[in-house]
Design a protein around this ligand. Structure first.
Ligand SMILES: [Zn+2]
Length: 65
């Protein structure tokens, strides 16, 4: 089986910073960023929810406060 690739741009994990796979589809960090921008433009409220969600995340994976 071939390595997973972004369903939007077709790049594989080796070509992007992060590939989020949810078989049978996947999205790369670049396309996710684009999606965030598009949704934020159309839905200002959603952007505020996103910012609140991001604020709850640790700075790095596995890092505790
Ligand atoms: Zn992509």
């Amino acid at each position: 089986m071939s390595s997973p690739a972004c369903s939007f741009c077709g790049k594989t994990q080796s070509e992007v910073m992060q590939l989020v796979a949810s078989p049978p589809v996947a999205i790369c960090d670049e396309c996710a960023m684009l999606a965030v921008q598009m949704i934020s433009i159309k839905h200002p409220d959603w952007r505020e929810r996103l910012m609140r969600t991001l604020a709850l995340l640790p700075k790095r994976p596995g890092e505790t406060k």
